[in-house]
Design a protein around this ligand. Structure first.
Ligand SMILES: C[S@@+](CC[C@H](N)C(=O)[O-])C[C@H]1O[C@@H](n2cnc3c(N)ncnc32)[C@H](O)[C@@H]1O
Length: 213
């Protein structure tokens, strides 16, 4: 995989990862101190901007829809950002098959679709199974950050994550933060802020993790 970033157009094939040996060996992408994953990066503004600020970290990003992937590949080419690896697929599958256990420093899930109807609940990303899987994939001091504008989803996610004893709330004694802990804003975050919506930011860590971003 040497020269992967020289051939960045390859990322336009969202499922390029199917041709790789899995789980991925992150070292093939270069020497980085940390590895992070953003789930549902949309058009990628947060992912690229965060990666530019944290150049000691290799950022993977997964998005279900191809439009977002096309957009981020163009941004990466234009800006020559080399520590972002975008891919297309379903978050749960990607987390399951691409990453070794105990390999991720951070996982971000920003403003996922709330799927408010009861019959659509199983489409939600922030479920007990997802949190269990995330706990397994995080390093010992790794952290998962998630945010929503939807009060019902916030309550649902809290009740799901409480079933996973490997993860602890790093905002304790508060259940969540009302202000962003991030260095960059996401597209939806800006939209909800302009509408003056209440926002809910959660930070959980494998036991003994620090809450600093
Ligand atoms: C409301 S948008 C938020 C986009 C971005 N994170 C932001 O805050 O601006 C939710 C995004 O998550 C993606 N998504 C939803 N479910 C997903 C899944 N299971 N796997 C990967 N991406 C998913 C959607 O395609 C969509 O782009």
């Amino acid at each position: 995989m040497a020269g992967f970033f020289e051939n960045i157009s390859r990322f336009e094939i969202g499922d390029w990862w199917k041709e790789e040996e899995l789980p991925l060996d992150a070292k093939k992408f270069g020497e980085y101190d940390k590895i992070a994953l953003e789930i549902g990066f949309g058009f990628g503004e947060f992912l690229v901007s965060t990666a530019e600020k944290e150049n000691d970290t290799l950022f993977f990003g997964v998005e279900k829809y191809g439009e977002g992937l096309k957009k981020i590949v163009n941004i990466l080419k234009q800006k020559d950002v080399r520590n972002v690896v975008p891919l297309c697929g379903d978050a749960y599958v990607i987390l399951q098959v691409l990453f070794s256990d105990n390999s991720l420093d951070k996982i971000f899930v920003n403003f996922p679709d709330p799927w408010p109807k009861k019959r659509h609940q199983k489409r939600r990303v922030l479920t007990e199974e997802f949190f269990r899987l995330s706990a397994r994939k995080l390093k010992e001091k790794g952290r998962i950050f998630f945010a929503t504008d939807d009060e019902n989803l916030a309550k649902f996610a809290m009740s799901e994550i409480e079933k996973v004893p490997q993860l602890e709330n790093l905002c304790h004694p508060q259940p969540y933060l009302s202000h962003s802990p991030y260095l960059s804003k996401t597209r939806y975050e800006k939209k909800w802020m302009a509408e003056k919506k209440n926002l809910y930011y959660f930070i959980y860590g494998r036991r003994n993790a620090s809450h600093q971003i």
